[in-house]
Design a protein around this ligand. Structure first.
Ligand code: ADP
Ligand code: MG
Length: 367
């Protein structure tokens, strides 16, 4: 079994401890502080919050995932799902059902794993006052001051019709609940800024910002070396540094490359940079369908710009060299890049554009 995990929430021995961040999150939760938890995708936000708050004594975690929600009824269903997962104590579940009675909730036991779920009537959950009903259910359930409510991928609330109306109603419910910590995590920086830094947004400056960046290189290197050792391979600090650099410090990408390196080597073997090529080939073979689908959606101009970005990582894309290489007017480049950002293929960090997926960049540069 591979000693590396990616693409999922990690815990236990698959989680490289981040004691300082865990401690800070626990303190904020204990004091009822609302937080905006910001960080690129695959940095480890969800794993960190679940570990810090889920593992906290005397604190219950209501974890609500808003990834790609499209309707209000889905929003209400996700909240109730989070509530059901927070506790399997019957009194708590009964209270939850009672507090959200307007949504006509039903408790059921999942026969596959015995876990409890609360499903809500999708028509009732789509009615205009349903948002008020779930927000007040959350308030009543968390009124003991021992519950932390996490909305993950919160930027996706912007996908709802009337998103600003929804945000306004949430904000008016939340603002007087001083002893309930609400954590809003998000990975799309621009969209999170629209919610928390735009003066016209109901959530303007309503929570403290908490950044989740790359894991500190020294503990992460130790963790990776140990995982390779556990998996019967050897890996020195120099090669681990190369892995982290390639993945730009993004935890999930680091683990993905490590997993492929482990998969393409034999027990007892020493990991070296010579092995990167085989590891990339393995990753490409797994992901090529996705890469091709992404390419197909591009206009010709977007394709040209994206390929040039792949071949010149870290380039200033409005520099004379880059513009001349692309052979398009700056205004067209600007438009193409705008679309690539909106489609979440690339994003800006520290003045340069980066690929959301470093393996896709590597693949594209070879085409
Ligand atoms: N503390 C950690 N130690 C080791 N790997 C981690 C850690 N946090 C995240 N990862 C890696 O990153 C991947 C994505 O983690 P996740 O918590 O889902 O990130 P995010 O919520 O920021 O997108 C995980 O599958 C794992 O490979
Ligand atoms: Mg996440």
């Amino acid at each position: 079994m591979t000693p590396f995990r990616y693409g999922c929430v990690v815990s236990g021995e698959n989680f490289c401890p981040r004691p300082e961040l865990e401690r800070q999150l626990r303190e904020f939760a204990a004091s009822g502080q609302n937080l905006v938890i910001q960080g690129e995708r695959r940095m480890g936000k969800t794993s960190l919050v679940k570990r810090a708050i889920g593992g906290m004594r005397g604190m219950r975690l209501i974890y609500i995932d808003l990834y790609y929600i499209k309707t209000l009824s889905e929003f209400c269903a996700r909240v109730m799902k989070g509530v059901a997962k927070a506790s399997d104590e019957l009194p708590f579940l009964k209270k939850a059902v009672q507090f959200a009675s307007r949504l006509r909730p039903v408790i059921a036991v999942d026969p596959r794993d015995g876990s409890t779920t609360i499903s809500v009537d999708s028509r009732a959950a789509g009615e205009p006052d349903s948002l008020g009903a779930v927000m007040s259910a959350l308030e009543k359930l968390a009124a003991d001051g021992k519950t932390c409510v996490v909305f993950d991928e919160f930027q996706d609330i912007l996908k709802l019709d009337n998103a600003m109306g929804v945000l306004a109603e949430m904000r008016s419910a939340i603002q007087f609940q001083e002893n309930i910590p609400y954590f809003f995590t998000g990975s799309v920086r621009n969209d999170m800024m629209k919610i928390f830094d735009d003066m016209d947004s109901p959530f303007y400056k309503s929570a403290l910002t908490f950044a989740v960046d790359a894991i500190e290189p020294v503990p992460f290197t130790k963790f990776i070396a140990e995982r390779f050792r556990k998996g019967g391979r050897k890996a020195g600090n120099a090669v681990i540094a190369r892995i982290i650099t390639f993945a730009d410090g993004v935890s999930g990408d680091v683990q993905e490359l490590c997993e492929a390196l482990w998969e393409t080597t034999e027990p007892g073997e020493e990991i070296s940079t010579d092995g990167f090529e085989a590891a990339f080939e393995l990753i490409f073979s797994r992901e090529i369908g996705g890469y091709e689908a992404m390419i197909e959606r591009l206009t010709p101009a977007q394709g040209v710009v994206l390929r040039a970005m792949a071949s010149n990582p870290g380039a200033q894309i409005y520099s004379n060299d880059f513009v001349a290489g692309v052979g398009m007017p700056v205004s067209s480049i600007r438009r193409a890049v705008g679309r690539l950002v909106a489609d979440r293929l690339v994003f800006a960090r520290g003045g340069v554009y980066r690929f959301a997926n470093p393996f896709f960049r590597e693949w594209l540069a070879r085409q």
